[in-house]
Ligand binder design. Structure first.
Ligand SMILES: NC(=O)c1ccc[n+]([C@@H]2O[C@H](COP(=O)([O-])OP(=O)(O)OC[C@H]3O[C@@H](n4cnc5c(N)ncnc54)[C@H](OP(=O)(O)O)[C@@H]3O)[C@@H](O)[C@H]2O)c1
Length: 220
């Protein structure tokens, strides 16, 4: 299986390293193809650079959009005709970071980026929200935690993609717990009760606690 990662910044770059370290074949795509080449060379033989976002999607079964919401709105139309039958994983949180470091919400309260991104996808594409529940530094440092792996929550309406998304989360060095369908996205985005910058206050949790929290009635 090959996973395309579009956007190789904080989240995409970290995820590329984790997946490749777990033996997953990754194809990296950046606005600047030379940046993708540089990272692929650094990572080694399980990583390749794509010539473009379309090239990356053509070479992969699964596509990770490690992009800000604004960039997702631009990139999805560019690759939409190639997405039929592919799993699209969205890492986005509906926030913007100002030049002074201030963080603001980019969607109205109560609307999740999961809801927005899943609706942008063409019919036939499969959607999951994942890999966006920890800060990039935590995502980088918490892989392969022992004795109990740290949980990454995911959300999807497609029962058929559950095994693939869980496989990728495990390959990356984490335990996978489904928060629910796309309507659970708010819970696993910034401010949500299952997000590190929300109810979890930066805490990593194990499967037992994660499953109990998913089942609890707490909502963001
Ligand atoms: N950072 C975190 O702690 C964190 C945690 C959880 C979730 N997230 C979410 O994950 C997403 C990515 O965040 P990030 O921190 O990784 O952002 P980032 O470091 O800014 O990386 C985003 C990457 O997207 C690339 N990009 C923009 N437009 C593109 C295009 N048309 N084609 C290909 N690549 C393009 C950018 O390339 P250029 O440099 O060329 O613009 C940049 O490398 C966001 O939605 C964010 O909310 C972030």
């Amino acid at each position: 299986m090959t996973t395309a990662i579009i956007g190789i910044g904080n989240i995409g770059g970290t995820l590329a390293r984790h997946l490749a370290a777990g033996g997953e074949s990754v194809v990296l795509s950046a606005r600047d193809p030379d940046a993708a080449k540089k990272l692929a060379t650094e990572i080694g033989s399980t990583a390749e650079a794509a010539r473009s976002n379309r090239d990356a999607v053509e070479r992969a079964n699964t596509v990770v959009l490690a992009l800000w919401l604004d960039a997702i709105r631009i990139v999805v139309p560019e690759i939409a005709d190639l997405l039929t039958g592919k799993l699209v994983i969205d890492t986005s949180n509906p926030i913007a970071v100002g030049a002074d470091g201030s963080v603001s919400r980019t969607l109205p309260e109560g609307q999740s980026s999961g809801e927005v991104v899943s609706r942008l996808l063409p019919e036939g594409a499969l959607y999951a929200k994942a890999f966006g529940t920890l800060s990039a530094p935590l995502l980088a440092s918490a892989a392969h935690r022992t004795p109990d792996p740290a949980v990454l929550f995911y959300a999807t309406d497609d029962n058929g993609v559950q095994s693939e998304i869980e496989r990728l989360i495990r390959v990356a060095g984490f335990e996978a717990v489904r928060a629910g369908g796309v309507d659970a996205s708010l819970r696993i985005e910034v401010g949500g009760d299952l997000h590190a910058f929300g109810g979890l206050n930066g805490r990593l949790i194990d499967r037992t606690e994660a499953e109990s929290l998913v089942g609890s009635s707490t909502r963001a």
